[in-house]
Design a protein around this ligand. Structure first.
Ligand SMILES: Nc1nc2c(c(=O)[nH]1)N[C@H]1C(S)=C(S)[C@@H](COP(=O)(O)O)O[C@H]1N2
Ligand SMILES: [Mo]
Length: 320
């Protein structure tokens, strides 16, 4: 008799309920201090969001959250990759305010029974919001810890009923040349396109994200909706998505197209497969002191117990 194996997080990934609750208290207290006095040190230092920002909360999901302390609000919203707005880490915060995010629709089509265009308000109500603390590992060998608010991508994909031909999913980012100073430079062939294999897209860890730190997503983090795939390099997680297509053939994503020797389709975090220009064995944690040692990068960014079985029999050095 075969049983469906529900993936269990490894012991190091499980947040014991008590620890989880105490951290929740800590976050709430920090937020309360911010509410009580706008001049509270935590707000001034930018470690938590400005209480006046629009809220979007989710039920904490301890099972799919890591134990690490989340990065400061200022790191998460001020040190970004969003090349549509420029290549400097500060460019997205500086320029992304110009992106128009209202109205916003997301077209979901391709190999599906019920293709549909969803309004963003509809998408925000499609499934219950969860808060999940995820690691983000950038291919540039730095990392952060981010409390995202969203729900599994699978909830949306089930709505449109993928056909038997649907083997991959592609995500396309909005293209607003008049508001995006970065797209005048031909770094990649805009719009930004990324993709996942169907089982990766349906995996419970793959999150559609609408908020961060209990607030609606700021534009620089991919408002109003982006993807978060925590066991892959950050570039797989497309921001400000306007189109999702289910397709039969493995898509060519923007980074693969611009530099196929540097960026593969799978892009699973893998300390043993170096980027042609640098090692992936260690990472710098954003927010750590300059003198802090680099940390060892973990296979699948530490999510191996949950995802490794999807790649059984694959040579991940070849399929990088
Ligand atoms: N549309 C778009 N999505 C993108 C990027 C981008 O340049 N454009 N950068 C990627 C990279 S390299 C990373 S590391 C993450 C960063 O997400 P964050 O800025 O919210 O931390 O977004 C990814 N999604
Ligand atoms: Mo990245």
């Amino acid at each position: 008799m075969s049983r469906i194996r529900i993936p269990q997080p490894p012991p190091s990934e499980i947040t014991p309920e008590a620890v989880w609750q105490s951290r929740r208290r800590w976050l709430r207290q920090a937020a309360a201090i911010g509410l009580a006095a706008g001049s509270a040190p935590a707000v001034l230092a930018g470690s938590i969001p400005d209480p006046s920002l629009p809220a979007l909360t989710g039920k904490p999901n301890g099972r799919f959250s890591v134990m690490d302390k989340p990065n400061a609000w200022d790191d998460i919203t001020g040190y970004n990759n969003f090349y549509e707005f420029g290549t400097d880490k500060e460019d997205p915060r500086r320029h992304a305010g110009r992106m128009v995010t209202e109205p916003w629709t997301v077209e979901v089509g391709g190999e599906v029974v019920k293709p549909r265009t969803f309004d963003i308000d509809e998408l925000r109500k499609l499934a219950p919001m969860e808060e999940r603390i995820y690691r983000l590992r950038c291919v540039e060998a730095w990392s952060m810890v981010i409390p995202w608010v969203g729900y599994p991508l699978s909830a949306l994909l089930k709505q449109v009923e993928p056909t038997g031909n649907a083997r991959y999913v592609t995500f396309e980012t909005a293209l607003q040349p008049e508001n995006m100073p970065g797209v005048n430079r031909r770094i990649i062939d805009w719009p930004y396109v990324e993709g996942l294999r169907m089982d990766e897209a349906m995996h419970p860890l793959t999150l559609l994200v609408f908020g961060v730190y209990g607030k609606l997503l700021p534009n620089q983090n991919g408002a109003p909706m982006r993807v978060a795939v925590p066991w892959k390099y950050g570039f797989k997680s497309a921001k400000s998505v306007v189109r999702i297509r289910l397709v039969e053939e493995q898509p060519v994503s923007s980074w693969m197209q611009s530099a196929p020797s540097e960026y593969g389709f799978y892009a699973n975090v893998n300390p043993d497969v170096r980027h042609p220009r640098w090692s992936q064995a260690t990472e710098r944690r954003i927010g750590d002191s300059l003198f802090a040692p680099r940390v060892k990068t973990q296979m699948f960014n530490g999510y191996g117990e949950l995802v490794a079985s999807m790649y059984d029999g694959m040579d991940l050095a070849r399929d990088f």
